[in-house]
Design a protein around this ligand. Structure first.
Ligand SMILES: NC(=O)c1ccc[n+]([C@@H]2O[C@H](COP(=O)([O-])OP(=O)(O)OC[C@H]3O[C@@H](n4cnc5c(N)ncnc54)[C@H](OP(=O)(O)O)[C@@H]3O)[C@@H](O)[C@H]2O)c1
Length: 284
């Protein structure tokens, strides 16, 4: 794009073929809809077809093709199948947003926020299996499709937890930091093939994953007291940054991790003076 063109056009991804994992709800659903609004056809991945129905309808509502590619990405071989099925359904891939991820959970799905020393190795393994091993598998499988695209962009959904000390979520934080490392290595390694690779690092965002926290007023107040903007992020505020990173608006940007956290990661040198309520963690 040159200076005489309309800058807003560089944010469009008309005709792009995109895969979004973890697209059934939350941030992934917002990303899928955002990409469709900007002109992309979208393959959507989550564990079941039924969970993807709403997102499929939302993408189709934007007048774009929606291709569900359900699979449990923590299962060996699933990431490869999802990527290849998405490419087959859309005729190739230009954009891959790998967003599926989990917090350590109890069998009933509620998050396990215990310090590492009180956690089990199986909890660690479960988080690493999806958040890191599946990430590597998605990237590995996506490479050959993206390498044949003239407009290839990949985004990994990391987290503020990947750059900040995050007690009680050590496994999660370690996998999110590893995603940032992978983005740096792939951003550099794939640059000569025209594939840009970046990470988005959201702060606390209002989704099903975090309902345990925003539905708990003392915990929510304590968390937002550590956010200079003093509130939760909404999924669309993360999705718009993803669009920037996969569109030609960011055409010279690769290997970077973009923090979208209301300023939470910025050291204030103790000068902000924001009053902090007492920690809701009894032994903290
Ligand atoms: N919310 C936040 O505050 C926050 C902050 C920083 C980073 N993030 C990151 O953002 C991403 C999305 O988070 P979210 O808050 O939108 O979470 P969410 O509402 O819990 O959604 C998670 C998505 O991942 C899918 N998923 C979970 N396990 C899967 C598996 N084994 N195989 C395939 N898909 C699976 C879910 O689909 P099904 O359950 O339907 O299979 C769902 O679509 C995650 O990587 C998370 O770590 C979130």
């Amino acid at each position: 794009m040159n200076c005489s063109a309309n800058i807003l056009d560089s944010f469009r991804v008309d005709g792009a073929r995109a895969l979004v994992t973890g697209a059934s709800r939350g941030i992934g659903q917002a990303v899928a809809v955002c990409l469709a609004q900007a002109g992309a056809d979208v393959a959507l991945s989550a564990r079941s077809s039924s969970a993807l129905e709403e997102s499929v309808e939302l993408v189709q509502g934007q007048g774009r093709v929606a291709a569900p590619v359900p699979a449990d990405l923590a299962t060996p071989g699933a990431a490869e199948s999802v990527v290849d099925e998405a490419a087959s359904a859309l005729g190739g891939l230009d954009i891959v947003v790998h967003n599926a991820g989990i917090l350590p959970c109890q069998p009933d799905g509620s998050p396990t926020m215990v310090p590492l020393q009180g956690s089990a190795q199986e909890d660690w393994d479960r988080v690493v299996s999806l958040n890191l091993n599946a990430t590597a598998a998605v990237c590995r499988s996506a490479h050959r499709h993206l390498a044949s695209s003239p407009r290839a962009g990949m985004v990994l959904m990391s987290s503020l937890a990947g750059v900040a000390g995050t007690p009680r979520m050590e496994a999660y934080a370690a996998t999110k930091a590893a995603q940032i490392s992978l983005v740096r290595s792939l951003g550099v390694g794939w640059a000569s093939e025209g594939i840009r690779v970046n990470a988005v690092c959201p702060g606390w965002t209002r989704t099903d994953m975090t309902s345990f926290a925003y539905a708990n007023q003392p915990l929510s107040d304590w968390l937002t007291a550590h956010v200079p903007m003093g509130r939760w992020a909404e999924p669309h505020e993360i999705a718009s940054a993803v669009l920037f990173l996969v569109s030609s608006a960011s055409s010279f940007l690769t290997g970077q991790a973009l923090l979208i956290d209301g300023g939470a990661s910025v050291p204030d040198g103790g000068l902000a003076g924001t009053p902090k309520p007492p920690s809701p963690f009894v032994d903290a």
